[in-house]
Ligand binder design. Sequence first.
Ligand SMILES: NC(=O)c1ccc[n+]([C@@H]2O[C@H](COP(=O)([O-])OP(=O)(O)OC[C@H]3O[C@@H](n4cnc5c(N)ncnc54)[C@H](OP(=O)(O)O)[C@@H]3O)[C@@H](O)[C@H]2O)c1
Length: 334
Amino acid sequence: MRAFVLNRYGGPGAAELRDVAPPEPGPGEVRIDVKAAGLNPVDFKTREGMLRVIHPYVLPIVLGCELSGVVASVGEGVTRFRPGDAVFTRVSKERLGAFAETACVHQDLVARKPASLDFTHAAAIPLAALTALQALRDELAIKPGMRVFIPGGAGGVGTFALQIAKHLGATVATTASPRGRALVERLGADVIVDYTTQAFTSVLRDYDAAFDLIGGDTLTGALSVVRRGGKVVSIAGLPEPKTATQDLGRGASLATLFWFASAGIRFRAWRAGVNYRYLFMRPDGKQLEELAALVDAKKLEVVVDRVFAFDQIADAFAYLEGGRAKGKVVVTLG
Ligand SMILES: NC(=O)c1ccc[n+]([C@@H]2O[C@H](COP(=O)([O-])OP(=O)(O)OC[C@H]3O[C@@H](n4cnc5c(N)ncnc54)[C@H](OP(=O)(O)O)[C@@H]3O)[C@@H](O)[C@H]2O)c1
């Protein structure tokens, strides 16, 4: 089968499309004929070796975190799916493998594709929408009437996060350049700050929570617009001890490393009286079912920016790495 394989860590030339043996489903796994796969910044970060401390992959490995497709066969003990089912999934972080004609995924990570969507749009959901759901509902506990700041609302995670925050009943502020303004407005943002002309720190005050998608100075600034006792969850800043123990199920050595890595931002958060958390999303088939229901109920729109053919996947990577995507980037197969 054709697959996009990471041969060594490095720049764009480190991964290539080539033929590899198709995987066989193990116990509890479904084998999926892939119709479409979504791209995420973690794909090029993995290619560059930025996640080596967390996921020490033995190379070569087939890249790709999320896909939609049709179940071709099932392994021993699979009860939830049958051949012919249309599905979508955020694949296992340990194994990856979505950028391929066939992928094997544990049934617990898989859900039925939203009936109202084609495969291209379904493939754009899993990683970004699960991240937004887990950050906003499970970590920040957003409730009706709360005010939440989500910098970077026009990207892959942002387009889901704005809608999920509104669905949870929050008032939402976001940042966007003029390129993304119309999009974040359509998705329900109540307050939009053009970060290219204005500092959001001079406009926003006393928010209950922030979900940071940008990191760096944006994360530091987010600490100052959240009220004392509020909470900031970042997915682009620096991991902290809970990231290691709670999200990654790892022990004291990684927690200690993350303690040192995040010492500066945790100190700033402490001084601002704000709780800081760095979240690593987790694959979850049950939560994907919830998201599919929201999509089919027309409560969650999937924004796809650009679609590339599988043999153009290097171009899709280059486009996403440009950092200007409005919604998601997807490759289609077959
Ligand atoms: N920890 C986790 O589990 C996890 C999960 C998912 C994603 N992430 C991380 O979260 C980050 C966002 O992911 P993504 O998929 O949303 O990325 P993305 O789709 O590539 O984001 C692109 C968008 O970001 C906007 N943007 C760039 N710089 C900005 C700034 N300074 N202020 C406001 N908006 C800005 C751009 O808007 P303009 O063109 O208007 O500038 C563009 O629309 C990445 O670093 C990714 O690795 C982490």
